[in-house]
Design a binder for this molecule. Structure first.
Ligand SMILES: Cc1cc2nc3c(=O)[nH]c(=O)nc-3n(C[C@H](O)[C@H](O)[C@H](O)COP(=O)(O)OP(=O)(O)OC[C@H]3O[C@@H](n4cnc5c(N)ncnc54)[C@H](O)[C@@H]3O)c2cc1C
Length: 431
């Protein structure tokens, strides 16, 4: 091959942005085509009237290896959550912290009756056991549900109901804990060794920083460009069709959401079942700090179809930049696709907060913005990570990247983007 190879990256989520950057840095000519008006995919932020609304409640785990490698964390001006959570049910709240990382919370945690002393010891033991392994080792060996894993290790019903179901239910968007234990092990470990944070400007600052790096590396980034088909050109290359034109490429990296990737490539191993959630944002007038100590509030009571949200997050207490000075910003996340109207969900949240904080008034709670996300993560039952596709699975010079190549997370998406870029560079330089 004599001229500079041309690579098209389809999709500008975290996987696509990381792939495009490494491809351009590797010396190929790169065009990234993104369907929406902005990049970021599932990681985006809407700014309105001085508020920042992320696309659902999401956070950055600073200990993710790909996060450390791909991002300038200092430039993101991270605002950190305190380790642990507030456990809430009607008429009752308690603090469960990580005493190693937050010694000031030790007394509250030791005397917390929502979790037994035996469970606290089991958490400490798990910490030691998981710290021994390389993070990626969690994807080797047998798998089971998070629920079975915790019960096998002797955790009590109380621990599972009061803490694990709402906390890991929030991470996996699955309160029944039927998700692969590998997701639990990876996130438990990263939570133990790093911070949980959001950029001051919102989660959308993450793809914005990556997009700058893509452009700095020399790639072209085009938004509002939906790819309709990716087809072999019969000559070893591939054509990429959009509504406006057909592009010829030496290689194409498909980094869309999993259902679209399956449609574009016909690779059957791409998972298409997803998990949904609804996050609603609220304003409380003035500085209405819920005094959660920068922790999220977990619903240990009813979060079923007639119940309250899975968790409530005190956004402006953690990141003051998320709200104007004269207001407090909270959010509530409901798991699954909810049929209730925005008003009905706001009423549910108001009732839940009034029952958890009976000493406070929530009449002034005003709903500002609702994010309904039908496909937030791909479904991850035990064993699924062994069946995910390979980067070179599609026919011809087409490659795959996206969270669905590894596991549904910022880490999985970014790592897959880098791996796809590596595979393309290896193949085009060998032609
Ligand atoms: C509510 C929520 C909470 C989450 N919480 C966390 C968390 O706390 N921590 C964590 O690590 N992970 C979390 N995740 C998961 C994480 O955000 C995703 O795994 C990751 O962002 C997926 O990135 P991706 O690049 O693989 O895919 P996507 O973000 O889906 O990007 C795909 C891109 O392709 C574009 N596209 C689609 N079709 C086309 C087409 N035909 N042509 C051109 N472009 C197209 C899309 O517009 C999109 O920009 C959360 C996700 C959600 C939604």
């Amino acid at each position: 091959m004599t001229s500079t190879p041309h690579v098209v990256v389809v999709g500008g989520g975290l996987a696509g942005l990381v792939a495009a950057r490494h491809l351009a840095a590797g010396g190929v000519d790169v065009t990234l085509l993104e369907r929406e008006a902005t990049v970021g995919g599932r990681v985006r932020t809407v700014e309105r009237d001085g508020y920042r609304f992320d696309r659902g409640f999401q956070v950055l785990f600073t200990a993710y290896p790909a996060v450390k490698r791909e991002l300038d964390l200092e430039a993101l001006e991270l605002r950190r959550f305190a380790p642990g959570a507030i456990i809430a049910r009607p008429g009752h709240r308690s603090t469960l912290a990580d005493p190693v990382r937050d010694p000031r919370a030790l007394p509250a945690t030791l005397f917390n009756r929502d979790v037994s002393f035996g469970d606290k010891l089991r958490v400490a033991r798990l910490r030691v056991d998981l710290a021994r392994d390389d993070l990626d080792d969690v994807f080797d060996g047998p798998d089971e549900t998070i629920d079975a894993f915790l019960r096998d290790r002797g955790f009590s019903e109380r621990f599972i109901e009061n803490f694990a179901a709402p906390f890991y239910g929030g991470i996996c968007l699955d309160r029944t804990l039927s998700t692969s234990k590998r997701v639990f092990e990876y996130t438990f470990r990263t939570l133990a060794i790093g911070d949980t944070a959001v950029p001051a400007a919102g989660m959308g600052a993450i793809p914005a920083q990556l997009a700058d790096r893509v452009r700095d590396a020399g790639a072209t980034l085009e938004t509002d460009r939906a790819v309709e088909a990716v087809e072999p050109d019969g000559d070893g290359g591939t054509t990429v069709r959009t509504a406006e034109e057909t592009l010829a490429a030496d290689a194409v990296v498909v980094t869309t959401d999993p259902p679209t990737a399956r449609e574009l490539t016909d690779v059957e191993a791409i998972p298409t079942a997803g998990r949904a959630c609804v996050t609603q944002y609220y304003r409380l007038p003035g500085d209405a700090d819920l005094e959660t100590g920068k922790r999220l509030v977990l619903n240990a009571g009813d979060a079923g179809p007639d119940g309250g949200p899975n968790q409530v997050v005190p956004h402006s207490a953690v990141a003051p930049e998320y709200a104007p000075d004269d207001a407090t910003l909270l959010s509530a996340t409901y798991l699954g696709e909810r049929e209730e109207s925005d008003e009905e969900l706001a009423d549910r949240t108001r009732s839940a907060l009034e029952s958890w904080f009976p000493e406070r008034l929530f009449g002034g709670l005003e709903s500002l913005h609702t994010e309904r996300i039908p496909f937030a993560q791909f479904d991850q039952p035990p064993g699924i990570h062994d069946r995910l596709p390979d980067v070179r699975d599609p026919a011809g010079s087409v490659y795959l990247a996206g969270d669905y190549m590894r596991w549904s997370s910022i880490q999985g998406a970014m790592k897959s983007g880098r791996q796809a870029a590596g595979a393309v560079l290896e193949d085009v330089s060998g032609r």
